[in-house]
Design a protein around this ligand. Structure first.
Ligand SMILES: [Fe+2]
Ligand SMILES: [Fe+2]
Length: 262
């Protein structure tokens, strides 16, 4: 890295309507030496609008303006935080100021970490994997994604639309810009997943193959229509293709894959 200085240059990208009142607010940021990483936030409009994660602080007003193109940000009632890493809570303080009646939904550890950062406990409601909540006319099953970089991480299955959100899981770092998994070759998809796993969840290579296979079966059992990652360009409709690619990447990096029966 030249002079050991890394300059961040986050970019706001397009917002994609993904159906059933869900919007994918896309941005990206550089991962030095590897390419660029998508950073997604979600918005579900309705009676009690929900934002899922709040993108990158560097975007600031550009992120709020993207929300404004769809709804009045002051009408947002829920801010679901998958975890409290900087790339997921970048605009949380400004959103809490704009949305005076909104509540944060996060896990118990997420709550603790937010308290340590000085957030107001009265604005936080704790949800844990396994529970189902009914908000904004939708039923959400809170779950733990297969792999993550922070133990407070939660995702969800939105049961009415069958949309599965898995936070950092299924993220990928690419050299080129894509808007959909269909534009990405098998080889590039696997390289992108591999890049992100090496950066974000290097522990995956030491996990048991039987564990990953059971996690993949679990994902398949949700019978979801759309898979969303915080760090993948666009929605993922071909979920089996993603799961097969993940297993291939795991086998290529695993310390266990050759030694264990599936
Ligand atoms: Fe993270
Ligand atoms: Fe992340």
């Amino acid at each position: 890295l030249e002079n050991h200085v890394v300059t961040m240059s986050a970019r706001i990208l397009n917002t994609e309507y993904i159906g059933n009142d869900w919007h994918l607010l896309r941005a990206d940021m550089p991962v030095p030496g590897l390419g660029r990483l998508n950073v997604n936030s979600l918005l579900l409009t309705g009676e009690e609008p929900i934002v899922v994660d709040t993108s990158l602080a560097e975007l600031g007003t550009a992120y709020i303006e993207k929300l404004e193109q769809i709804i009045k940000p002051s009408s947002i009632k829920w801010i679901f935080l998958s975890h409290v890493d900087a790339d997921h809570i970048g605009n949380l303080r400004s959103l809490l100021e704009v949305t005076t009646e909104s509540k944060i939904l996060t896990s118990f550890l997420g709550f603790g970490k937010l308290m340590l950062q000085g957030f107001d406990a009265s604005r936080i409601q704790v949800v844990e994997p396994g529970v189902e909540i009914f908000i904004n006319g939708r039923q959400f099953k809170i779950l733990k994604p297969p792999y993550y970089d922070a133990p407070e991480t939660i995702g969800f299955l939105e049961l009415n639309s069958k949309i599965l959100f898995c936070s950092d899981c299924f993220g990928a770092v690419f050299n080129d810009e894509y808007s959909n998994i269909d534009e990405i070759s098998d080889e590039t998809l696997k390289a992108g997943l591999d890049n992100w796993i090496k950066v974000d969840t290097p522990w995956l290579k030491s996990s048991k193959k039987s564990w990953l296979v059971s996690e993949i079966h679990q994902i398949k059992s949700y019978d979801s229509k759309l898979l969303l990652s915080s760090h993948f360009p666009g929605k993922i409709e071909k979920i089996d293709r993603m799961l097969d690619s993940l297993l291939d990447v795991y086998v290529s990096i695993s310390q266990d894959a050759g030694k264990e029966l599936v």
